[in-house]
Structures are given as structure tokens and as C-alpha cells.
Design a protein around this ligand. Structure first.
Ligand SMILES: Cc1ncc(COP(=O)(O)O)c(C=O)c1O
Length: 412
């Protein structure tokens, strides 16, 4: 029997996509780590904004434009409150990828020098690798990696040893790995980086949707995340930054709205956060994200975490009942977020995903934008099942059933 605990959420009915049928079957969506489904309140907030309040922002003096201003600024306040940050230091970006690139360009190019090192971990998404590769190449700096152990975790002693070398300008790491599920001790890592004089950046793409995140309490210099994984629309991400650093940085992109004044040969920069939001931003999407975090806050992030932890424990347990299935990452659900990547002996991960897909079960297969990590794990790809607030034990049962049937087809 699937577990039914008090913390369980029953919110599938809030998400209209689950009314769809695929070949007569219900949608079993276990790909929330790639992108989450959207509740009606988010879809409605987005549509309502476009229907009733659409105007460009920070320009118009007429009432409709003031409504659009209020909607955008209100969304920023909601998002900042949700993550324990200040609105002025909460910058809307296109996604987490752009947020990390913003730091790599606007902070990195001025502060990483020849002979410095940028330290990341072996479990990073390409979004938290490639910007540092480019920066290090340009600045003649070195990119170094903290190794993961057999459970997909990093060691604080190893971090300390790296920092003790005295050349680390920046440490960048995921809060929750999108492949291993590992929850990193981010507050401790940020504190150690700070003590060693290094700046820290956390990729919170997989953390913000599923656990309480208080960026002030974590104490990192930069904390980046992406709206579409947190029940929000695509096209909007967030960068929280330490005020002194954001103040000291040059802009990332230049154009309208990010300036205070422009002369023929020069310009001065606007206040935070506008300094980092050049051009017309993703207004309706930000409004949608505001509705998304309000919905999540209404569920309660402690409850969301408990729900996803339980489902992950159940997923690990059910997968362990299938021979030849090897999950990667920490063995206990307490130490991991709501996803499990796994391999199936004798089957390519793409075949696994395709076969279960025929039963209406959506999982991901591939390198999950983490090719260096795949190399560390000694595989080319994995299958990955990931849960969201709407997921239920029955979704996991459907996956296991489809997996068992698929293995039979393959004669395993
Ligand atoms: C840990 C992590 N970082 C970064 C990203 C990139 O997110 P986006 O494509 O929204 O920028 C992802 C998305 O898969 C992720 O899981």
C-alpha cells in the first residue's frame, strides 16, 4: 500500500493539465525537475494581467500604466518575501541560466583575475559550468571542481582544503542537484567561502520549488533560481544578490530602464534592481511568478518539503524492488530532493523513458545538462523521475508498473 501521511498534499485538481488524457490514460507527470506544471491561479494571473492590466512599465503616467507598474513591482515584493530577500536586491532575469551569466559577466569580469580560481562541484548543471569556463578562459583563471563521493555528496573538508589554497575568487554550487538529488549544506558552504574571502553563488533552481529557502539565512552572495520549475511561467528567473556587490557591479545588459541618464557619449546607471533589468522585462510572466509563490506559500513550504520527501522515499523503495535498477545519489530521502535518477541494466535510459511514456508516464532520460557528472558516474545518461506538489504515490506505482512491463518486453 502506498503511504498516506498527514503531510500529504492533494492538489492535483488545482492543475488543469491533469484533465488531459493520453491514449485514454491519465497523465502521470514525473518530470517536474525539468519544468513544473502550472496551477490554474498562475494561468489565470497571467491571462488576467494581459486581459486587463497590460501596458509597459516604468514609463506611463496614465492609470493603466500605473496598474501594470503596481502588478510588476508587487510581483517582485511577493517573490522577495517568499525567499527572505529584499525587493531591491531581487532581480528578474529570463531564467537561472541568465542569472548566473549576469554574475559571470558583471561581477566575474571585474573581479576574477589572472591566477585566480573559480571553484564549482562535479554535480553542476551546464548553466553553472559553462559561464565559468568562458570566464576563466578569458581571465586566465583556473576552473576547479569539488569531487563527489560514491553517494553523490561533497565533503566540507575538501571545500576547506580548496579554499585554503588562497586563490579562490568564487565558489558556485547547486543547492539541490538535478541529477543526484543531493541537498548541499549551502549555508555552511557559503559561510566557509566568505571566511576565506571568496564570493559564493548558489544555483537554487531545484531547491526553491520544493523546500523553504531563506536567502538571508543562507548567507550566500548570490542566489539564483528559475520560475518555471516553481509553478511559474517560463521566461522569468530570479537573481538575489548582496547589495554591496550589486552596487559595485557594472550592468550586464544595457539599454532602456537600466539608466539614470544618457548623454551623447556616456550614461549613468539606475538604482537597484532596475540597473540589471535592461529593456522591457517579462511583465506578465513576473506577475505569474508572483501568483506561483503565493500559491506555494499558501501550501506551506515545510509541507511541500515533507510531501516530496515522502514521495521520494517511496520512489526509492519501489525502485529498489526491481532487480537491475540502480538509483544514483544519496541513499536516504532525508538527504535528497524530490527526484531519483537511475539506470536499468540492459536498457538504454532513452528506451526506458520511451517505454514508460507509452503508458502515459512522463520521465526524463539523457545527460540532464550535466555531462561532466555523467562522466563521474561512468554512464552516458540516466533515466530520471521527479515529483512535484501535485504528485501522488499512485504516480510512482504507475511508473513502477510501466517499468516492470518494459523490462519484460526487453526480456530482462
Ligand atoms: C540545477 C539546475 N540549474 C540550472 C538549470 C537551468 O534552468 P533554466 O533552463 O531555467 O535556466 C536547471 C534546469 O534544468 C537545473 O536543474
Amino acid at each position: 500500500m502506498p503511504p498516506v501521511a498527514e503531510s500529504s498534499l492533494q492538489v492535483k485538481a488545482d492543475f488543469p493539465i491533469f484533465k488531459r488524457r493520453f491514449g485514454g490514460r491519465e497523465l502521470v507527470y514525473l518530470d517536474s525537475a525539468a519544468t513544473s506544471q502550472k496551477p490554474e491561479v498562475v494561468i489565470e494571473a497571467l491571462a488576467e494581467h494581459l486581459r486587463k492590466h497590460n501596458a509597459n512599465i516604468h514609463r506611463g503616467v496614465y492609470p493603466l500604466a500605473q496598474e501594470a507598474d503596481a502588478a510588476y513591482d508587487g510581483a517582485r515584493r511577493r517573490v522577495a518575501e517568499f525567499t527572505g530577500a529584499e525587493p531591491e536586491t531581487t532581480i528578474f532575469t529570463k531564467n537561472v541560466t541568465e542569472a548566473i551569466n549576469l554574475v559571470a559577466y558583471a561581477w566575474g569580469r571585474a573581479n576574477v583575475h589572472r591566477g585566480d580560481a573559480v571553484l564549482i562541484t562535479q554535480m553542476e548543471h551546464h548553466a553553472n559550468i559553462v559561464p565559468w569556463q568562458i570566464l576563466c578562459r578569458e581571465r586566465e583563471a583556473t576552473l576547479r571542481y569539488l569531487e563527489i563521493d560514491e553517494h553523490g555528496e561533497i565533503s566540507l573538508d575538501a571545500l576547506q582544503a580548496e579554499l585554503a589554497r588562497g586563490d579562490v575568487a568564487l565558489v558556485a554550487f547547486a543547492h539541490v542537484s538535478n541529477v543526484l538529488g543531493t541537498i548541499n549544506p549551502v549555508a555552511e558552504m557559503a559561510a566557509r567561502a566568505r571566511a576565506a574571502g571568496a564570493v559564493s553563488l548558489i544555483d537554487g533552481a531545484q531547491a526553491v520549488p520544493q523546500m523553504p529557502v531563506d536567502v538571508e539565512a543562507i548567507g550566500a552572495d548570490f542566489y539564483a533560481w528559475t520560475g518555471h520549475k516553481a509553478l511559474g511561467p517560463t521566461g522569468v528567473g530570479v537573481l538575489h544578490g548582496r547589495r554591496e556587490l550589486l552596487d559595485s557591479m557594472e550592468p550586464f545588459l544595457a539599454g532602456g530602464d537600466m539608466i539614470s541618464s544618457v548623454d551623447f557619449q556616456s550614461a549613468t546607471w539606475n538604482e537597484l534592481p532596475a540597473k540589471f533589468e535592461a529593456g522591457t522585462p517579462m511583465i506578465a510572466e513576473a506577475v505569474g511568478l508572483g501568483a506561483a509563490v503565493e500559491y506555494l506559500a499558501g501550501l506551506g513550504m515545510e509541507r511541500v518539503r515533507a510531501h516530496e520527501r515522502e514521495l521520494t522515499a517511496y520512489l526509492l523503495e519501489r525502485l529498489s524492488q526491481l532487480s537491475g535498477v540502480r538509483p544514483v545519489g544519496p541513499p536516504e530521502a532525508d538527504r535528497r530532493g524530490g527526484l531519483v535518477s537511475f539506470t536499468v541494466e540492459g536498457m538504454h535510459p532513452h528506451d526506458v523513458a520511451e517505454l514508460v511514456g507509452r503508458s502515459g508516464v512522463c520521465i526524463r532520460a539523457g545527460h540532464h545538462c550535466a555531462q561532466p557528472l555523467m562522466r563521474c558516474l561512468g554512464v552516458g545518461a540516466t533515466a530520471r523521475a521527479s515529483v512535484g506538489v501535485y504528485s501522488q504515490p499512485a504516480d510512482i506505482d504507475a511508473l513502477i508498473e510501466a517499468l516492470a512491463a518494459g523490462r519484460e518486453i526487453f526480456g530482462l
